[in-house]
Write a protein that binds this ligand. Structure first.
Ligand SMILES: Nc1ncnc2c1ncn2[C@@H]1O[C@H](COP(=O)(O)OP(=O)(O)O)[C@@H](O)[C@H]1O
Ligand SMILES: [Mg+2]
Length: 357
């Protein structure tokens, strides 16, 4: 029994595109249409370049398969899309031969966006859980002796007969207080601190934070643009914790543009092709808050490190802002992604599930 090849290809979970030896599209299955946001009619008969927008990397890959006659695989290729969410694709392109002559190319496009974001979320949670253990250890081993050190330094200061000893004792007290504050900040990672969950209007949270930062002098040269989707429903969340998260993120953006000025665009929207899965495994809609600044950006080499507690490039920084933000977002079963182009700016994307069990 001969099956219709087209219906078989449509049942395949990967996007499949068939090109002829000139790189012209012969056919594509429905998953390829979905990924590339194109219809069969619009694609067939067109050169492979027309399937892609600005990023021609996959088209170039197909051309090089035609030129060299060898298969090429590329993992985790990011694809920007016009209508849907941006995707991450595993791409493989292999030559088709008719006898010894190259007759065309098959292009396989596997959407691994959800897989990758789930892996990222799991990694983030494991990292944060390990911070929790460290925090609990620090509380015990550092916080307790600090009180004793401070008390002893105060006694020494009070009894000191010369100015130099007095100021040395004051220095100890000051530094101990600074360490105690840091330890307190780090305590948020200890497991078990509960969330006080209630219906929260995300725009009220963001506007509250903006009202706060309006008093900071660092924000003075920055133009803030709010692109809020008013149809977003309340989410069940801890409003205080979310305020802390967005205060940390907005302060970072403003500090990045300190002295030079720039623009901070805050966008909210809902997504339905859920990249977040709540613990019950039932996919649902989620809320995305994007904070895009026009600051100096973050070098690729340090992008993975900026969320580590105590990583800072600022003289008065504590290096806890992003780590704490990630912690509370994870506690809300959400995710936080950083994207940055040095010289252009940084975008922080926060995703929070809208329906909770
Ligand atoms: N929007 C941003 N633009 C550029 N760099 C940033 C931005 N947000 C964070 N960073 C970098 O990440 C580092 C860590 O940030 P954070 O955890 O908030 O700690 P801190 O602000 O105390 O340094 C910052 O020192 C800075 O180098
Ligand atoms: Mg910060």
């Amino acid at each position: 029994m001969a099956r219709d090849l087209e219906s078989v290809l449509d049942a395949v979970l990967d996007g499949v595109v068939l090109l002829d030896a000139n790189g012209v599209v012969e056919s594509l299955n429905s998953e390829a249409c979905r990924i590339l946001e194109i219809s069969t009619e619009a694609a067939v008969g067109r050169p492979v370049e027309d399937l892609f927008g600005e990023d021609q990397a996959i088209a170039m890959l197909s051309r090089s398969v035609i030129a060299k006659g060898r298969a090429i695989v590329e993992r985790e290729h990011p694809v920007a899309r016009h209508r849907g969410e941006d995707l991450i694709l595993d791409v493989s392109a292999s030559p088709l031969f008719e006898g010894t002559d190259l007759d065309g190319v098959t292009l396989f496009l596997r959407d691994c966006t959800i897989e990758k974001s789930l892996r990222d979320i799991v990694n983030q949670r494991e990292t944060l859980a390990s911070f929790g253990h460290i925090a609990a250890g620090i509380a015990h081993e550092i916080k307790n002796p600090l009180g004793g050190i401070r008390g002893a330094a105060e006694i020494l200061g009070a009894r000191a007969s010369d100015e130099k000893s007095r100021s040395a004792a004051e220095l100890i007290v000051r530094e101990v207080d600074r360490i105690a504050l840091l330890v307190d900040d780090f305590m948020v990672f200890t497991p078990g601190e509960g969330l006080r969950v209630a219906p929260v209007n995300i725009h009220r949270v963001l506007d509250g934070v903006l009202a706060l930062t309006a008093h900071d002098k660092i924000g003075a040269e920055v133009e803030v643009e709010r692109v809020f989707d008013p149809s977003i429903p309340d989410l069940l969340a801890d409003a205080d914790r979310l305020s802390q998260v967005f205060l940390n993120l907005i302060r970072n953006a403003l500090q990045a543009m300190e002295g030079v000025g720039g623009k901070l665009a805050i966008t909210t929207r809902m997504v339905f092709d859920h990249h977040l899965l709540p613990p019950n495994g039932q996919p649902g809609p989620s809320l995305i808050v994007e904070l895009a600044d026009t600051g100096p950006g973050i070098e690729a080499a340090v992008l993975d490190e900026v969320s580590t507690p105590f990583f800072t490039t600022r003289a008065e920084g504590t290096g806890l802002g992003l780590a704490v933000a990630r912690h509370w977002i994870a506690r809300h079963e959400g995710m936080l992604q950083l994207e940055s182009t040095p010289g252009v700016g940084t975008t922080v994307r926060v995703g929070l599930p809208l329906s909770r069990p």
